[in-house]
Design a protein around this ligand. Structure first.
Ligand SMILES: [Zn+2]
Length: 401
């Protein structure tokens, strides 16, 4: 793979052994659409390692043996690429970047990232905004990235918006991040300008410790996507931008409660379809409604009926993505047996007590936050959530077994 940055345009050329089909680090199969993309407001003088890692979030799935950058990288970044991916990276010759002291939040506007933002009320935001690609047809006009950017502006936080078409480098399964970490490409390139030492993501306990949504159903302490000692964690650390998960120890029930109770509650938006609010008819809206109804202890309020395609997955047996939250909702929502979740209910024997571990913070998630930002997260969780008991910790660490 040969990588070139010119202005804000990333162009990459495949080597003979590279392929246009590949897998993201979560194992999901992906297919390449086009070999260029752009990002707005990219500083020309960013550290070469930042250009390299930002590019790697886009080209990793297609690269088989080596990556050649257009400017020399540090030995540290080359080592992290070799150790994590078995890839030869070069040329090598730059001094490593020195970490800054600022923690920014990679802010999407969803409940999880709003919750992460409430942990650090002074942290600046970096928001990734999807824009169309000049050479790829946009078959996803319902995706209202402009609405999300407007909501981000309304938060009043110090905000950097990065506009990028990098999601259109994916042909399949649909436009999206080639690697989940590509959401951070603009933040990485802005790291010197913002003095970044860390970047906070809204990934919660399910994504970090319970295998994540649709992918796995087991305890994942060594999660390669988000663990500090995973391959992405080590690569980001090598450029002095540590991955920080402020809400990595709490479930989506807690992030939802924190977000809706915060001063950013009017800016929360997890659905990418609606303009004046969530569309209420997509699969994500249904899932989030289950969680919200559970924490508000009220009946499910949804127009989605069992005959709708979006409800089909709930007619099938588990495992389900986000299964811990399904169990949490099944145990708490009044009248759930008369909803689209009636079938799912028959597969689980759940009670409020058996799912109460999902109301507390898993302590190891705080321990892995880098020292400059750990104490604040620990104090926040102690005051607003509470830590798990030993029994509850065992629920996390035996998940899926
Ligand atoms: Zn929706």
């Amino acid at each position: 793979m040969r990588v070139t940055w010119s202005g804000g345009v990333l162009t990459f050329r495949l080597d003979p052994e590279d392929e246009i089909t590949g897998h993201a680090s979560d194992g999901h199969p992906v297919k390449l659409a086009i070999n260029s993309c752009s990002l707005s407001d990219v500083p020309d003088d960013a550290h070469p390692d930042l250009f390299a890692v930002a590019a790697w979030t886009v080209v990793a799935p297609w690269t088989r043996r080596r990556v050649t950058f257009d400017r020399a990288v540090s030995a540290e970044v080359a080592a992290a690429l070799h150790d994590g991916w078995g890839i030869e990276a070069g040329p090598v010759g730059a001094e490593p970047r020195r970490a800054g002291s600022t923690l920014a939040i990679s802010y999407s506007g969803g409940a999880d990232s709003v919750a992460a933002a409430t942990v650090y009320p002074d942290a600046p935001f970096v928001h990734f905004q999807r824009v169309p690609h000049a050479r790829v047809p946009n078959r996803w006009p319902h995706y209202r990235s402009d609405v999300l950017a407007k909501l981000a502006r309304g938060t009043g936080r110090d905000l950097t918006i990065i506009r990028s078409d990098l999601e259109y480098t994916l042909a399949e399964p649909r436009p999206g991040y080639p690697e989940h970490q590509a959401v951070a490409a603009g933040a990485l390139l802005s790291a010197d300008r913002l003095g970044l030492g860390g970047l906070g993501f809204g990934y919660e306990m399910g994504s970090r410790w319970l295998g994540g949504g649709r992918y796995l159903l087991r305890y994942t302490p060594d999660n390669d996507l988000w663990a500090p000692h995973g391959k992405w964690g080590r690569l980001f650390a090598a450029v002095g931008v540590h991955i920080v998960l402020p809400v990595g120890g709490v479930s989506e029930a807690v992030t939802m409660r924190l977000a809706l109770g915060s001063d950013l509650k009017d800016s929360v938006r997890w659905c990418l379809r609606g303009t004046d609010g969530p569309c209420r008819t997509c699969g994500k809206c249904l899932y989030k409604e289950l969680i919200q109804a559970a924490i508000e202890r009220r009946p499910l309020d949804t127009p989605i009926t069992a005959d709708r395609p979006v409800a089909r997955k709930w007619m099938r047996p588990p495992p389900y993505g986000g299964q811990e939250m399904i169990q949490y909702g099944l145990a708490r929502v009044p009248g759930i047996e008369n909803t689209v979740f009636a079938t799912a209910l028959t597969y689980f024997d759940v009670t409020e007590e058996s799912t109460s571990w999902l109301d507390h913070c898993y302590p190891r998630a705080i321990e892995e936050i880098p020292e400059p930002w750990r104490e604040r997260a620990a104090a926040f969780m102690a005051a607003n959530v509470g830590f798990m008991t030993d029994d509850e910790v065992r629920r996390v660490e035996s998940w899926g077994s």
